[in-house]
Design a protein around this ligand. Structure first.
Ligand code: R5P
Length: 263
């Protein structure tokens, strides 16, 4: 791996633990101002010290985030769709590599929609982005999106998606946790992180999701709603960090969270 790419990867996946807690705040690119991200700066700023990286679009980065932050940036560079449009899978590359370099990002991220009407187009987007990333030393995070079809989240499908993204040259994968998740990580030769998905019923459920994913081979989480839609987002991300970086059990994470809530 080239020095620049290796350096960026080291900033994203902490060498002390080999793990990562990223904060996903890119939802607005197709969902608009969803609950708790109406004013991105208000939600994101207090969480920055606890995130190993933040994932967002250039619009939110340029308009809402101070340029003096140390937190590495994962720049979402795919889009062109919306929750009210015809097909969520109809994505293109929305931000060029030159802009990513200008913004001093540590990685670029795009979604692929395998099994959808636009499978081919999104996989070619990935391949082209990997070529450009290799040219400039920028890692590519492939997101195995399922669109509105959340029921697609099973091991057979996600293992297929992750393996295809790795074969096409992505450096990292973001996917969903599912039953038999080890099949997904076992079949994927590059680091895998999980999305949190829609807010779960309890905080314990979110810690369990992170715990189970880590135990089954994920290197971390790229979590959004389950952190910043929580009533106690800082306590929540700190407890998730304990699970990911310190192998805390779900019980320990709950105790930590409940103590931190009171402060
Ligand atoms: C989806 O394509 C986006 O990348 C989201 O940022 C992602 O799903 C992670 O956020 P959450 O944990 O809220 O699912």
């Amino acid at each position: 791996m080239d020095w620049g790419m290796k350096n960026r990867m080291t900033k994203l996946i902490k060498s002390e633990t080999g793990r990562a807690v990223w904060l996903a705040v890119d939802h607005g690119y197709f969902l608009g101002p969803i609950s708790k991200l109406e004013k991105p700066k208000k939600t994101i700023d207090p969480l920055l010290p606890y995130a190993d990286a933040i994932m967002l679009t250039r619009g939110v980065l340029r308009n809402c985030i101070d340029a003096n932050i140390d937190t590495p940036i994962i720049l979402r560079v795919s889009g062109g769709n919306s929750i009210v449009g015809k097909a969520l899978s109809n994505e293109g590359i929305t931000t060029c590599m030159e802009e990513a370099i200008r913004l001093n990002v540590c990685a670029v991220a795009l979604s692929v929609y395998i099994g959808s009407e636009h499978e081919h187009q999104t996989l070619i987007n990935l391949s082209k982005l990997v070529d450009e990333g290799q040219r400039y030393g920028i890692p590519v995070l492939a997101v195995t999106a399922v669109g509105k079809e959340l029921e697609k989240r099973d091991a057979r499908y996600l293992a297929l998606c992750c393996r295809i993204c790795a074969e096409l040259g992505a450096q990292m994968i973001k996917t969903y946790y599912c039953k038999d998740f080890k099949k997904v990580t076992d079949g994927c030769p590059i680091p895998v992180v999980i999305a949190g998905g829609p807010k779960l019923n309890t905080d314990e459920d979110a810690f369990k999701l992170a715990y189970d994913a880590i135990q089954q081979g994920a290197v971390g989480v790229d979590m959004g709603r389950n952190i910043w839609q929580s009533k106690f987002p800082i306590a929540k991300i700190k407890a998730v960090r304990a699970v990911v970086h310190k192998n805390a059990s779900v019980k320990k994470a709950c105790i930590l969270f409940n103590n931190l809530k009171k402060k």
